[in-house]
Design a protein around this ligand. Sequence first.
Ligand SMILES: Cc1cc2nc3c(=O)[nH]c(=O)nc-3n(C[C@H](O)[C@H](O)[C@H](O)COP(=O)(O)OP(=O)(O)OC[C@H]3O[C@@H](n4cnc5c(N)ncnc54)[C@H](O)[C@@H]3O)c2cc1C
Length: 454
Amino acid sequence: MAIDLVERLTAAGLGGDLVLPRSAAFDRRRRIWNAVVDRHPAAIVRPATADGVAAVVRAAAECDALLSVRCGGHSFPGHSTCDGGVVLELSAMNSVSVDPAVGRCVVGGGALLGDVDRAAVPHGLAVPAGVVSHTGIGGLTLGGGIGWLSRLHGLTIDSLVGVDIVTADGVLRRASAEREPELFWALRGGGGNFGVVVAFEFQARALGPVSAGKWEYPLAEIADVMLGAASLAGDAPRELTISFSVTRIGVALTALWTGAPGRAEAALSPFGRLTASASGGHGPVSFIDLQSRTDHHSAWGRRYYAKGGFVRHVDAALVGRIADAVADGPTDHSEVYVPQLGGAVGDVDEEATAYSGREAGYYWLVEPIWDDPADDARCLEWGRRQGGRLAALSMDANYVNEQADTGGDFPEQAYGSSKYRRLREIKTRYDPTNLFRLNTNIEPAGAAAASASG
Ligand SMILES: Cc1cc2nc3c(=O)[nH]c(=O)nc-3n(C[C@H](O)[C@H](O)[C@H](O)COP(=O)(O)OP(=O)(O)OC[C@H]3O[C@@H](n4cnc5c(N)ncnc54)[C@H](O)[C@@H]3O)c2cc1C
């Protein structure tokens, strides 16, 4: 099968490069962000055009080959690589064009969040997305997209106007509210199940000067800090958003203010006075710098696991479990990360998009981070056990993006049975053989689909 696939790809005239295992670059190019995932595809192709993408999709379908679609390569379970199949790498399609007159941004399906910010922010615009600049816009958007601007402007998908997508039949389609609306509904939260998005069109949002603060508190004060900060943030306008990063070292609280600069001091300074032991401060920041502030913490090539869930509020029970979890943390960097949601995320009707859990006030993410493969069992066990304890306090709906365990019943649980049924119908129409199965997989009805990995 691998030889047929390589022959077929070679013959396809991709207009991009084809990297095979014998190539010197192969070992570097096969790697993804999470070093726990170590797979050996038969070929890596990097087309530069939608036609090239369609050629790869057709070749993979004809050869019945595993197909991994890669944008930023940040899938925790490694959906953007595979053993023995083809990796369709979109990094050559990373252009971002901005029309400042109407605030529209057209973003290539292989762009990273930093590419989008660097193009949009100089025009006083931003596409609401995630908080680490080397994350891919592709996977992040298709799962939903949570970040600093969610409370003010909603998820990334709430700014999505339309996409150009190559579906499993190799056809390039436009999906938007007007054209193929069911597909557009599914693409806003349903992940990479429906095809390869070669371009995303966003309605960017106005972004003026911003201020941010970061304070460190001792772990022993976690209850005062988290409950106090959540109470302040709950009463604050949507221009204020907070997040917590809790490790065995302590509690780091970050707050962003995007409202009038003259009100930044009043909005941010109370977060530095939650207890007497705060260290840190606040002030004006460049949004682009803020968006890459934690890039090093989530560097390429380290080892990661993630399990997350939604909660309506930060309450004493949640805080107690987070404190217990990190007290037992396997490494200094292993964290429970808790970003605020609510606001504009909840303005959109729950049924309007495939994304589920809009009534959540916060997300939590248990994330062990380590470097030595000898620590794999210990770190994975911690992530699963502590994630399971927090899941018991959480909503039924879940976020499909920030999860390492996405197989089994997870997709149906995350979307809920009625949305899952609708997603399945759409999947069956657009991808009846489950060609796009390396994702939080929605199995098409009636297909002898290969079981989803991850
Ligand atoms: C360091 C880090 C920080 C993160 N921060 C945030 C955050 O702030 N907010 C948030 O919401 N999430 C965040 N996430 C989760 C993130 O949204 C997911 O990991 C997402 O899948 C990453 O997308 P990617 O394109 O980088 O990944 P990839 O591994 O390239 O792709 C992930 C999945 O999406 C599919 N896919 C990617 N691009 C396309 C495309 N163009 N067309 C069709 N399918 C495609 C892939 O096939 C795969 O199934 C973060 C993850 C990491 C590792």
